[in-house]
Design a protein. Structure first.
Length: 218
């Protein structure tokens, strides 16, 4: 597969939540230990349990879903990845096997770095370690507050909060659902029937307008 053109390794890594607030000189050091524009065709697995791959990946282009399988092979969708999203940041800090599957839902290109290379860079660059430690603490507080907020919501408000998050990410009032409805329902912890019913209720309340996979937030 021919590599995409007009790719900026620095811009790609700068999108990762963990690195975006770092000064440019430290982000440039991270570029030196990263791999860029690895290609995965639609439907292929980017990561899976016990594949021997560790560290973090950043979505340069495309979409993917994160899911787990139970003992009976039932799939539970845990999240989605879009351009600029990152996954596996925790694997840069802890030595453990990948527990979930990441599957490309469109043709996808990723950038990545391994735990070993990252840890070596931390030892060589104390300023990077300190900056990341302070940044990580702030993000942990934000994640905890968001989890509390989501867990207190009923199904309808959980759907609405997800749509508003998509609106911010896609920078538009008309959002495109990137998952099949059964996968979106799994992500939100509700049944597909509940998802369809609550979307209809939100539409009747003039809070949204649904046209296939596109939803306008009113």
């Amino acid at each position: 597969m021919t590599k995409m053109t007009k790719h900026s390794p620095l811009a790609c890594l700068s999108k990762a939540e963990l690195f975006k607030d770092l000064p440019k000189n430290l982000r440039e050091k991270l570029v030196t230990i990263s791999t860029h524009q690895e290609y995965f065709p639609k439907g292929s697995l980017i990561r899976q349990p016990f594949d021997g791959k560790d560290g973090m990946l950043v979505m340069d282009k495309g979409h993917a879903k994160i899911y787990s399988l139970n003992e009976d092979g039932k799939e539970t969708v845990l999240g989605t990845l879009n351009k600029g999203d990152s996954e596996g940041q925790e694997h840069l800090f802890s030595d453990g096997n990948q527990e979930n599957y990441i599957q490309a839902t469109t043709d996808t290109w990723i950038c990545s770095m391994t735990r070993k290379d990252f840890q070596n860079l931390l030892q060589e660059t104390p300023g990077l370690a300190l900056r990341l430690l302070n940044s990580f603490g702030k993000k942990l507080v934000a994640v905890e507050q968001n989890a509390i907020r989501r867990n207190s919501m009923d199904a309808k408000e959980r759907i609405m909060a997800h749509l508003e998050d998509l609106s911010k990410k896609q920078e538009a009032n008309v959002v495109t659902l990137e998952l099949k409805k059964k996968d979106l329902a799994s992500l939100l912890g509700i049944t597909p029937e509940t998802l369809s019913r609550k979307l209809k209720e939100l539409e009747n309340e003039n809070r949204i307008e649904v046209k296939g996979k596109q939803i306008r937030i009113l």
